[in-house]
Ligand binder design. Structure first.
Ligand code: ATP
Ligand code: CU1
Length: 688
């Protein structure tokens, strides 16, 4: 099952069964999910068998699903059919006896048309006028009109067209399947006695230790425990520059170990590796219909019956009412039946979308549905979070300003102790600096995070707060002198954190984050694509502006609490501009969810990012967004080209037929040509 006509057949048949609750088709994967009442499975399978298809119950894990053998197409019936049809045509022209022409034509139809007839009959029996049914009627009609060579040609061309169509869909399908083959089937696993054995990757449990040699691919996700190496992570991130790995670093199934050997502890079983999740996401994205696809399907649903009706009218009315020749008008009606096939039109969209999704996945961009790929071309504004998106998100402590009020109190030690309890990057920088200079931590009780501000906790019976200017100011311990200090540091793009005991400020600590090299280039590329960029950050306005200047962002909004970010995004939407939001998903989750397209960065290590974002970028390179936009625009162009082409050819033949020049085999030939063109055009995206 890989074509919408088959879907329609099954939908009609199973949809009418009381036991069946819902159907979810994935034509690209040739899978159908049926939600049914307990015990109804045999009936469902029986119904599908009645349609001339065979249903296999799948026990899928991501690992097994794709390993379907390449189907083998016997080519000789097509060749024989083709030759017979050609000969029929030739001897017909040569004026040889009709029985010889008829014989050759029947031979051609028998050698490659049996299957078409069988499927056509099944469809007709179920009251479904799909294109196979239409073709069967058209060919039968031509035979009855004794248009022998014509009937043979139409059948042969149609059979070949179907074959090519199936083959090209296989190609698109394989573009994705080729991803999964990258994870090896075996892993070298440590045994309790310390020896090493090669075991199937699927049987390795979480927590086991796997060893890997240079040049081997990683079989399972894990964390390095011993050894150092460089790993090519292109399979996951699309980035082929090798990444250094040492103890504590994550490694991903499907990536290639280059130089050294290492041992890693498995963190996910084979079916739940990052790679497996990427593939699952892409596969389910293929199942979800993009808007154009929905439009095309809808259109085909109306188009085919309408043209069919026109054909019936043309075949009957002129001869009956106007006394025109039967032969002529029935023939015209048959040509119309051929034109009624929405073949090229229907196949044009899924093949394009799937190719686009596969191309994106190859570059480490995981798109969670054709919709986002299709709508990406509309993006006008891109909102970016600062920490971790534009900057590395790994700030370092740069300045320590002891305030004179603080004498007698070991304020640096207190600040470090509080910071050590938080996982915010700013706190992390302070804690890290303290660890390096050997500061001993004090015991903290009542530790609380103050979102968008900082943290608080009790040390030695005193309540302290550590956080940004907003926090200091709201507690009434700010002063013009402090604000001057802050302004001075913030203008350099530093983030300043202050410590207070609620009565006075004690110490100011400045941390500086570094801008990613890739951010500048990426922002430039986005600008070249005509997108406006805006930075939304919880950090203060001055630091925000300084960082924005460094990377060339148009606009920077600072002091943004999560709800402010959401409001900013809603503002763009209200202005009718399509807005994308990039973030790490912690303090910008609401804005990410509200944006037309939410991008998550660095998704390779995080389960939630892959699951929740609309588009997940496997590493944290902002350039992937520009690539996504380009790919989306290209997809859009190809979709329009394909639909225009498919409909255009129909229109031309409709006119030709009505004025009396269209012949059946020409119509089939054009349809086949159009199918081939749209498929080839769609597949171009895979190489993008
Ligand atoms: N746990 C914390 N420790 C120290 N400072 C904090 C903490 N939490 C928040 N802050 C201060 O509050 C500011 C706003 O924090 P928030 O988490 O909203 O945004 P951010 O991480 O700085 O930036 P972005 O919005 O770009 O991710 C921070 O810049 C920092 O100065
Ligand atoms: Cu202030």
């Amino acid at each position: 099952m890989d074509c919408p006509t088959e879907e329609a057949l099954i939908r009609k048949k199973l949809g009418g069964m009381g036991e069946v609750q819902s159907l979810d088709f994935n034509l690209m994967q040739r899978s159908l999910t049926v939600v049914h009442r307990a015990g109804a499975l045999p009936a469902v399978q029986e119904a599908i068998r009645d349609l001339g298809m065979e249903a296999e119950v799948s026990e899928v894990t991501a690992k097994q699903a794709p390993s379907e053998p390449e189907s083998i197409w016997p080519w000789w019936p097509y060749a024989a059919g083709g030759i017979a049809a050609l000969l029929a045509e030739i001897i017909h022209w040569a004026g040889m006896p009709e029985w010889a022409v008829a014989l050759l034509a029947l031979l051609a139809i028998l050698s490659c048309g049996i299957d078409t007839y069988r499927k056509g009959w099944i469809a007709l029996r179920h009251g479904n006028l799909n294109m196979i049914a239409l073709m069967s009627i058209a060919v039968t009609g031509a035979l009855l009109l004794r248009q022998w060579p014509e009937a043979a040609m139409v059948m042969v061309l149609f059979a070949i067209a179907e074959l090519i169509e199936a083959k090209s869909l296989d190609r698109a399908r394989n573009a994705i399947r080729s991803l999964i083959q990258l994870a090896p089937d075996y892993a070298t696993v440590r045994q309790p006695d310390g020896s090493w054995i090669d075991l199937p990757a699927a049987s390795v449990a979480i927590g086991e230790v796997v060893r890997i040699k240079p040049g081997q691919s990683v079989a399972l996700d894990g964390t390095v425990v011993i050894g150092h190496s460089t790993v090519n992570q292109a399979a996951i991130t699309g980035e082929s520059l090798p990444v250094e790995k040492g103890p504590g670093d994550p490694v991903f199934a499907g990536t290639l170990n280059e130089a050294g050997s290492f041992e890693y502890e498995v963190t996910a079983d084979a079916g739940h590796s990052t790679l497996a999740r990427i593939i699952q996401a892409v596969e389910s994205a293929q199942g979800a219909r993009a808007p154009t696809q929905r439009f095309v399907d809808q259109f085909a649903r109306i188009y085919t019956p309408v043209v069919f009706l026109v054909a019936v009218v043309i075949g009957l009315v002129p001869p009956l009412l106007l006394g025109a020749g039967w032969q002529d008008w029935i023939y015209k009606a048959l040509v119309l039946l051929v034109i009624a096939c929405p073949c090229a039109l229907v196949i044009s969209t899924p093949v394009t979308i799937v190719s686009g999704l596969a191309a994106a996945a190859r570059h480490g961009i995981l798109i969670k549905g054709g919709v986002y790929l299709e709508e990406g071309h509309k993006l006008a504004v891109l909102a970016l979070d600062k920490t971790g998106t534009i900057t590395h998100g790994k700030p370092a402590l740069t300045d320590t300003v002891q305030l004179e009020q603080a004498d007698g109190v070991d304020s640096l030690r207190i600040a470090t102790s509080l910071a050590a309890r938080s996982d915010h990057p700013a706190s992390f920088a302070i804690a890290e600096a303290g660890r390096k200079s050997g500061i001993e931590l004090l015991e903290v009780t009542g530790f609380t995070a103050l979102p968008g501000r900082g943290v608080k906790g009790t040390i030695g019976g005193v309540d302290y707060m550590l956080g940004n200017h907003r926090l200091i100011h709201e507690n009434g311990v700010c002063s013009p002198a402090i604000e001057a200090q802050l302004a001075h540091l913030e203008e350099q793009g530093k983030t300043v954190i202050g410590l207070t005991d609620g009565k006075q400020p004690l110490i100011l600590l400045a941390v500086a984050d570094t801008v990613k090299d890739s951010s500048r280039v990426a922002i430039e590329a986005l600008r070249a694509l005509g997108l406006d960029t805006v930075m939304l950050t919880g950090d203060n306005v001055r630091t925000a502006a300084a960082i924005a200047r460094q990377v060339g962002i148009d606009e920077a909004l600072g002091d943004q609490l999560p709800e402010d970010k959401l409001r900013a995004v809603e503002g763009y939407i209200r202005d009718g501009r399509h807005v994308g939001m990039v973030g790490d998903g912690i303090n910008d989750a609401p804005a990410l969810a509200r944006a037309d397209i939410g991008f998550a960065m660095g998704a390779a290590g995080s389960d939630t990012a892959i699951e929740t974002a609309d588009v997940a970028l496997m590493d944290d390179d902002l350039n992937k967004i520009a690539r996504f936009v380009r790919l989306s625009r290209k997809t859009r162009t190809i979709l329009i080209e394909n639909i225009t082409l498919a409909l255009g050819i129909k229109a031309v033949f409709l006119v030709l037929t009505l004025v009396g020049y269209g012949t059946m085999w020409m119509a089939v030939f054009a349809d086949m040509g159009a199918s081939l063109l749209v498929v080839a055009n769609g597949l171009r995206l895979v190489r993008q």
